[in-house]
Ligand binder design. Sequence first.
Ligand code: KIV
Ligand code: ZN
Length: 387
Amino acid sequence: MKQIRIFDTTLRDGEQSPGCSMNLKEKLQLAAQIDELGVDCIEAGFAASSPEDFRSVTEIAKSVKNAYVVSLARALKSDIDKAYEAVQHAAKPMIHTFIATSDIHMEYKLKMTPDQVLDKVTEAVSYAKSKCDQVEFSAEDASRTRPEFLWEVCQRAVDAGASVVNLPDTVGYATPAEMTVMIKGVKDHVKGIDDVIISTHCHNDLGLALANSLAAIEAGARQVECTVNGIGERAGNCALEEVAMILKTRQDYYQASCRIDTKQIYRTSRMLSAIIGVPVAPTKPIVGKNVFAHESGIHQHGVLSNKSTYEIMSRKDIGYPEQRMVLGKHSGRHAFKAEVANMGYHLTEEELNDAFHRFKDLADKKKDISDRDIESVIMGQQSSQIT
Ligand code: KIV
Ligand code: ZN
């Protein structure tokens, strides 16, 4: 059985997408929940991009208990310094440095020659490695990079000491068959590649992020980069919950598994949606509200006789509650407490009491209480501040 590492980038690539920004307190709550979910790596942000990002990567590094805490860094010494300054506080720190390698990116974005890019790879990876034992290198736009050049880039990264070589489908352009060829090509032409982890990072522009990540696993990738609810640039990234549930449901086919505690999936999805105020589509695989709903008579008859007739996963495995409460002004403390737990928050009795009072105050003024409202009262906002 292959072990697949799950590298969560909700707080970096996910947060980068429009309407998905989070404040520090929210990032810390979500990071704790993602850690509880059992991911192997949490990409906490891009420390050099702003003082706020630096602070949140630093605080997340101090607070996460189990996973590697990663900061992104361009292939620049100054970025790598900032990344290490922030992640050094983590029990398991990691630096993720990247540079674009496709002709179009090198010519128009970087304005660098291929040889200059190769030198940057060596320089950045060896500098990061001198600071931190765990270094990931990404060849941005790998799927549109000339194969021979990609092999040279990966060779430089491996020789300079990278622990992980990531081959992103940055613009969601590749097909599954092309992902297979890319990964196999790297495996066949890069010396020492078997001693490092090959990673995949797929965007969903053509709706192929999951299929491409699975093709990469079949071709030899041992790490999948993904985000909760699939949030991310443009059409988003590969969705973490989809990777985790396919590895659980079709372990027979992929002969691979990961460490995700799938029972934490539903509450993680709900917490993120509440924090960013972006609802999950009802038909979203794994976490949409319709995924266990049956409308047609034939299907209803089937599931009433035996759930497996039309359900391939169980609610329990995803942590999907048997019953969801509708919170309003008549709701009591027990229902409020249950919903807060369903959203992944662990509150002390005192925090729960305070939040419950704020909730009651809000429910007196507002007819429909959303997850975002509950998140706001948990975060300590008074009802007058909630819009
Ligand atoms: O999509 C991408 O190529 C990225 C890299 C920085 C890994 O997000
Ligand atoms: Zn990306």
